[in-house]
Design a protein around this ligand. Structure first.
Ligand code: PXP
Length: 243
């Protein structure tokens, strides 16, 4: 069974657009769990642009399924992770100017440094996943770090302009997926996955976890909008009805 990790960062993005208290990612996590999510994924960025420290602390107390903390390899966040102890940490690259996590972690050439962080997190009882591009060099280096899982960045697959380009990316993901599996690690994938492109990735043998955010949250806005307007309209109308 493939596990679905629901990334709820975008709920916090909408909250931060007004610097208010809604929508609350803690509430969103409950809704996602009720929908059958196997994991709740949040990225505590250094600039706290969406998810903040309060969210992570409360999610740790309330999430009953797997809590997966996406994080950069920086001391401040490693300390927070070791204090909070999410079930899983996914190490990702982080650049302040990027809109989202645009590429995988650059682990080739810095295996030792990443290895140290992997070890620190594992010593705190956290399962560690690395978010890597489906490139041979990165995957080979990732395996050397002693991590428990590798999440393949599916962004290039998702953005492929045509079937030919998409198939090339899919083959690349399948090939590195086999390497990850043969190394005895958990195989995860994510980024840019939608209701339209997820199936070929889900069909990769031994795929264990998919982390999906933007597409699910976009769908949720749309499927909930009619009901939300109806509720507001009913409320306003109740004044007219009582006059
Ligand atoms: N996996 C990782 C490691 C990510 O950084 C992200 C984006 O935050 C996702 C999965 C989810 O990507 P998307 O929002 O495009 O579904």
């Amino acid at each position: 069974m493939i596990e679905l990790g629901v990334n709820i960062d975008h709920i916090a993005t909408v909250r931060q657009a007004r610097r208010t208290v809604e929508p609350d990612p803690v509430w969103a996590a409950v809704m996602a769990e009720l929908g059958g999510a196997d994991g709740i994924t949040v990225h505590l960025r250094e600039d706290r642009r969406h998810i903040n420290d309060r969210d992570v602390a409360l999610l740790r107390e309330t999430v009953r399924c797997k809590l997966n903390l996406e994080m950069a390899c920086v001391d401040e966040i490693v300390k927070i992770a070791c204090k909070t102890v999410p079930n899983q940490a996914t190490l990702v690259p982080e650049r302040r100017e990027e809109i989202t996590t645009e590429g995988g972690l650059e682990v080739a050439g810095q295996v030792e440094a990443v290895q140290k962080i992997v070890q620190r997190l594992q010593d705190c009882g956290i399962v560690v996943s690395l978010f890597l591009d489906p490139d041979l060099k990165q995957i080979q280096s990732g395996i050397q770090t002693g991590c428990n899982a590798i999440e393949i960045h599916t962004g290039r697959y998702a953005l492929a302009k045509n079937d030919h380009a998409r198939n090339i990316e899919l083959t690349r993901i399948r090939d590195v997926g086999k390497m990850i599996m043969d190394a005895g690690l958990r195989l995860h994938a994510g980024h840019g996955l939608t209701y339209h492109n997820v199936l070929p990735i889900a069909e990769i043998p031994k795929m264990q976890e998919l982390n999906i955010g933007h597409s699910i949250i976009s769908r949720a806005f749309m499927s909930g909008l009619k009901e939300a307007v109806t509720e507001m309209k009913r409320l306003i109308r109740s004044v007219a009805d009582s006059e």
